[in-house]
Write a protein that binds this ligand. Structure first.
Ligand code: UDX
Length: 445
C-alpha cells in the first residue's frame, strides 16, 4: 500500500516509522522543510527513544521518504493518516485550522475510495465537518492516538486499545488490520530500535474497539480528561496530607490498590503539562459548552492543576524565608522526563515564578535547552550540566523527575546544607535527610 502520514510531530513520525517496517511505501508529509530534510537524512526531528534508529532503517530500505509536496504524495495514496496539531485558542477551544487545511489540500488530489484516517485529537462532531470537505468516495475514519511522548514506540506496541470509528465497516476493518500487522511486527521493531519491552509483553492483550465516528472522537478526549482528573484528585488530597500527618504516596498506594481505581496517574506533584492534557481538558470544556453541556468537574481539574506550581513555591518559601537573592537551581524543564518537549511545562512555570520572586535562578535539563530558552525569563541561566547548575545552590527544585537527578549525583557537587524541593516526590525523603539536606515534598513531610 502507498500510505501518506501528514504531520511529522511525535504522533505522525512514530506512526510513519512503524508502518514503514511493514514494507508498505510510506511518505511523511509536512510543510516544515527542516523536519522533511531531517527525516530524509535518516533521523528523528525530535528526541524520542528508538525513533531515529527506526527512521534510519526505513530510509536505507527505501520504504520511507518525506516531502512537502501534497500533489506528488496524495495523488497515489491508498490510505492517508492526518496527524497534525490542534493547538488551543486563547478561549480554551481547539484550533482546528490545520485539520481543515489538510482535508482541503488532500481533496484536490485524492483518488477514488481512499481511506482518510484522522489521528489528531478533535472534539466530537468534527469528523462530519471534515468529511464534508473530502470527495464523497473517500472513507473518513477516526483512529485517535493514545501514545505518550518519551515512550511513543513502546506505547504503540503495548497499547490497551486501538479505537477505530467510521461509517464504512470495511474501511474500519482495514485500519484495524493495519494496526494488527504493526503489533505482529513487534520483534522486528524492537530489534531495530534496541528497545526492551517488559517481560510480560507477550501476554499483553490489545482491545480493538470499533465504534461510530463520534464515539471514537469522544473516547480519546474523555480518556485524557479522566487521567488529568486523577492527577488533580491526587494533588487535592496531597494538600490535605500537608495539613495532616498523612503521606500522599502511602495514601495513593492504598487507594490505587483497589483494582476498580488503579494506581496509575495518581502521583501528586507540580501537576500535568505537555501538548495533550491541558489542551484536551480545555477543549472538552469548550466543545461541551457548544452543545449546551456544562463541565464544572473539568474546570475544577484545571484550577487545581494551575494551582500546583504556586502551591509548592509557597510551601518552600515558608521554610526558606522567601527567595529574594537566593541561589536557586531548577532541575528539569520539560513537562515530563524522557522528552525534549517544554510545552505547558509546570517546570518552566516554577523557574519563572522563582525568578519573579527575586531568586537567582540556574536551570538544567538533559534534553530541553534550546526549546526552553524562549519560554524562560531572560535572567534565568541554563547550565550545560547538572554539576554546573548546582554550583553554589542554596535551594534545589527538582521540577521534572529525570533519572539523573538522584541524591547521589546531587551530593557529589553540593556539599553544603541545601534545601531540596522535590516537586514530583521522586526522591526518598529519608535518604535525602540522611544525606544532610532539608527535604520538602508535595503531600509528604
Ligand atoms: C498523554 C496521554 O497519557 C496519552 O495517552 C495521550 O495520547 C497524550 O497525552 P503525554 O502528555 O505524553 O501523554 O504524557 P503523560 O505521561 O500522560 O503525562 C502527562 C503529564 O502528567 C506530565 O506532565 C506528567 O508529569 C503528569 N503526571 C502524570 C502527573 O503529574 N502525575 C501522574 O501520576 C502522571
Amino acid at each position: 500500500m502507498k500510505i501518506v502520514v501528514i504531520g511529522s510531530g511525535y504522533v505522525g513520525t512514530t506512526l510513519a516509522a512503524l508502518l514503514a517496517t511493514l514494507d508498505h511505501q510510506i511518505i511523511a508529509l509536512d510543510t516544515d522543510s527542516q523536519k522533511v530534510s531531517i527525516i530524509n537524512s535518516g533521523k528523528s526531528p525530535f528526541y524520542e527513544e528508538g525513533l531515529s534508529e527506526l527512521i534510519k532503517h526505513s530510509i536505507v530500505q527505501g520504504n520511507l521518504s518525506a516531502t512537502q509536496d501534497y500533489g506528488s504524495a496524495i495523488t497515489n495514496a491508498d490510505l492517508i493518516f492526518s496527524c497534525v496539531g490542534t493547538p488551543d485558542k486563547p478561549d480554551g477551544s481547539s484550533d482546528l485550522g490545520y485539520i481543515y487545511e489538510v482535508a482541503k489540500s488532500c481533496a484536490k488530489y485524492i483518488k477514488k475510495g481512499v481511506i482518510f484516517v484522522q489521528k489528531s485529537t478533535v472534539p466530537t462532531g468534527t469528523g462530519e465537518k471534515v468529511s464534508a470537505l473530502l470527495p464523497d468516495t473517500c472513507h473518513y475514519i477516526s483512529n485517535p492516538e493514545f501514545l505518550r511522548e518519551g515512550t511513543a514506540i513502546i506505547d504503540s506496541l503495548l497499547t490497551d486499545r486501538v479505537v477505530v470509528g467510521g461509517k464504512n465497516k470495511q474501511a474500519v476493518q482495514k485500519v484495524i488490520e493495519l494496526h494488527k500487522q504493526t503489533l505482529d511486527n513487534t520483534e522486528k521493531i524492537t530489534t531495530i530500535t534496541g528497545i526492551q519491552l517488559p517481560d510480560k509483553a507477550p501476554e499483553y492483550k490489545t482491545n480493538f474497539v470499533a465504534t461510530n465516528l463520534e464515539s471514537a472522537e469522544l473516547i480519546k478526549v474523555s480518556a485524557n480528561a479522566f487521567l488529568a482528573l486523577k492527577i488533580s484528585f491526587a494533588n487535592s488530597i496531597a494538600k490535605l496530607c500537608d495539613e495532616t500527618g498523612a503521606n500522599i504516596t502511602e495514601v495513593m498506594d492504598g487507594v490505587g490498590s483497589d483494582h476498580r481505581i488503579g494506581r496509575a496517574f495518581l502521583n501528586a506533584g507540580r501537576g500535568y503539562g505537555g501538548g495533550c492534557f491541558p489542551k484536551d481538558v480545555s477543549g472538552l470544556i469548550a466543545s461541551s459548552l457548544e452543545y449546551g453541556v456544562d463541565m464544572p468537574i473539568m474546570t475544577a481539574v484545571t484550577e487545581v492543576n494551575q494551582s500546583m506550581p504556586g502551591y509548592i513555591i509557597n510551601k518552600a518559601g515558608e521554610c526558606c524565608s522567601g527567595f529574594v537573592d537566593k541561589k536557586v537551581t531548577v532541575l528539569g524543564l520539560t513537562f515530563k522526563a524522557g522528552t525534549s518537549d517544554t510545552r505547558r511545562s509546570p517546570a518552566i512555570e516554577i523557574a519563572n515564578r522563582l525568578s519573579k520572586l527575586g531568586a537567582i535562578v540556574n536551570a538544567y535539563d538533559p534534553e530541553a535547552d534550546d526549546e526552553a530558552k524562549n519560554e524562560l525569563e531572560p535572567n534565568i541561566t541554563i547550565r550545560p550540566t547538572l554539576q554546573a547548575s548546582l554550583k553554589d545552590a542554596q535551594i534545589i527544585f527538582i521540577a521534572t523527575n529525570w533519572p539523573e537527578f538522584t541524591i547521589e549525583n546531587i551530593q557529589q557537587v553540593t556539599k553544603d546544607k541545601v534545601v531540596i524541593v522535590d516537586c514530583m516526590n521522586s526522591l526518598d525523603s529519608l535518604a535525602v535527610r540522611t544525606a544532610g539536606f532539608d527535604y520538602i515534598g508535595v503531600g509528604t513531610k
